[in-house]
Design a protein around this ligand. Structure first.
Ligand code: SF4
Ligand code: SF4
Length: 74
């Protein structure tokens, strides 16, 4: 499937974490929101989803259950 990674732009706060953390440079910040402009490069490593503070990123074409119901406070 082509939609490996999608961003819920209503949730995204534009923190840029996914842009910086993605090893495949999938994301780009446009007008304060992250967009998966290179989604076809996604390696499904899950780093972006793990680190997004607002859980705005979805991976894969299957429904992925929320694995963590709480976000670790740092
Ligand atoms: S799963 Fe990994 S490769 Fe894919 S967009 Fe997220 S950080 Fe990038
Ligand atoms: S990590 Fe989440 S909130 Fe931050 S820019 Fe990426 S999608 Fe938006």
């Amino acid at each position: 499937m082509s939609e490996k990674v999608t961003v819920n732009t209503e949730r995204c706060i534009g923190c840029g974490i996914c842009v910086n953390i993605c090893p495949a440079k999938v994301f780009q910040l446009i007008n304060g929101k992250a967009y998966p402009v290179n989604a076809e490069r996604c390696l499904l490593c899950r780093a972006c989803k793990t680190h997004c503070p607002v859980d705005a990123i979805s991976l894969g074409s299957r429904v992925i259950q929320r694995e963590n119901n709480h976000i670790q406070a740092s």
